[in-house]
Design a protein around this ligand. Structure first.
Ligand SMILES: *[C@@H]1O[C@H](CO)[C@@H](O)[C@H](O)[C@H]1NC(C)=O
Ligand SMILES: *[C@@H]1O[C@H](CO)[C@@H](O)[C@H](O)[C@H]1NC(C)=O
Length: 345
């Protein structure tokens, strides 16, 4: 190996490392037949799942995560948000749920507000609560490791096709602008829920199944091969229009159901997840080459989820812990191997 080649190898390996860690799984608990918290975390470990999204600071889960090195995306529970606008309460929250478990638990994000709409009663509290949590994280010297984002959904973006026309709705702009400034100032990403499945079921005339499942041959006239990229890029375009052209988006939820509605089947879900896991190693047309950090939703079918039948079929595993699909969550390790092959050939 020549000395000139060495820096290149280092750059490539660090990219591969990021890619290897880009898949996490959301741990929803709306079921009365799910395994114990410890068993669930063991299932993450035995499947090599490197990240977990938890929806509230459940101490049994945090306890089970000690020593696991699994990256944790932790939501503050929605009904806690107003209290976090008080500095002392935010500090207590961080001490109780973060500092007491750190560094045994590998926290990556503390998420203030999950899919809060700008017209929601909670909207006014989001930014002050984020600021207080950030302050408490900094006071604990954890600001280098733990970022404090919020998670939004795609309904905040209008004109989402072609993706370049994406813009935040008038309601959303006032809400999201100061939040985006806060995120940029703290080097934090914006979190987004991206569900090509809903795009497909809601717009079957314009969105073919193949375009939602990453199986379309070639790109369309706008240069897109799949809905996932188009959705993400419409949000990137919206961020550019409010002066945040470099903010990163992390996909905090995406998934495909195995039954209960149109397009929902084990076959289609397998196709979606396999292609998605492979796809997120690279970027979107607007953000090429950078891996897309992505959390799959969800770990289990949740029999107590309310709504249409398909919402109870989003699990990657059955309640008895058997896998529903033949997919490998850490297959991205092969990226490193592929890069080594390219390098040595
Ligand atoms: C994925 O992780 C599991 C459990 O850690 C391990 O047995 C398996 O070899 C890994 N697969 C790859 C492709 O790295
Ligand atoms: C995917 O969904 C479509 C539409 O419901 C269905 O016709 C097709 O059989 C499904 N494919 C698989 C492999 O399950």
């Amino acid at each position: 190996m020549s000395s000139i080649a060495l820096p290149l190898l280092l750059v490539l390996s660090s990219t591969a490392f990021t890619a290897a860690k880009s898949i996490g799984v959301c741990y929803g608990v709306n079921g009365d037949n799910l395994p114990s918290k410890q068993e669930v975390i063991n299932l993450y470990k035995s499947n090599g799942i490197g990240g977990i999204h938890i929806y509230s600071p459940d101490e049994e889960t945090l306890q089970a995560l000690r020593g696991s090195n699994i990256e944790v995306l932790l939501d503050v529970a929605t009904d806690t948000i107003p209290s976090l606008t008080h500095t002392a309460s935010a500090k207590d929250w961080v001490n109780k749920f973060v500092v007491s478990y750190s560094p045994d638990v590998n926290f990556k994000y503390i998420v203030v507000g999950n899919e809060i709409s700008p017209t929601d009663q909670w909207a006014l509290y989001i930014l002050p609560a984020m600021q207080n949590i950030q302050q408490a994280i900094s006071a604990a010297n954890l600001e280098g490791q733990i970022k404090v984002p919020t998670a939004i959904d795609i309904s905040l973006v209008k004109n989402s096709y072609p993706p370049g026309n994406g813009a935040f709705t008038d309601d959303a702009s006032g809400f999201i602008k100061p939040i985006v400034t806060f995120l940029s100032n703290n080097g934090a990403p914006l979190l987004a829920k991206i569900y090509p499945y809903f795009s497909y079921t809601e717009n079957q005339q314009s969105i073919p199944l193949a375009y939602a499942l990453f199986t379309q041959q070639g790109t369309n006239d706008m240069g897109y091969q799949n809905v996932f990229d188009a959705m993400l890029d419409s949000m990137y375009a919206a961020l550019e229009k409010i002066g945040a052209p470099t903010l990163q988006i992390v996909v905090s939820e995406t998934g495909w159901p195995s039954g209960g509605y149109q397009g929902a089947s084990v076959g289609n879900a397998t196709t979606y997840y396999k292609n998605l896991i492979n796809h997120v190693k690279g970027g979107t047309p607007k953000r090429p080459f950078a891996p897309i950090e992505t959390y799959l939703s969800a770990m289990f079918d949740e029999n107590m989820e309310s709504g249409m039948e398909f919402v109870r079929h989003f699990g990657l595993f059955n309640a008895d812990k058997s896998p529903k699909y033949g997919i490998s969550f850490n297959s991205s390790h092969s990226v490193e191997q592929r890069i080594m092959c390219i390098f040595s050939s």
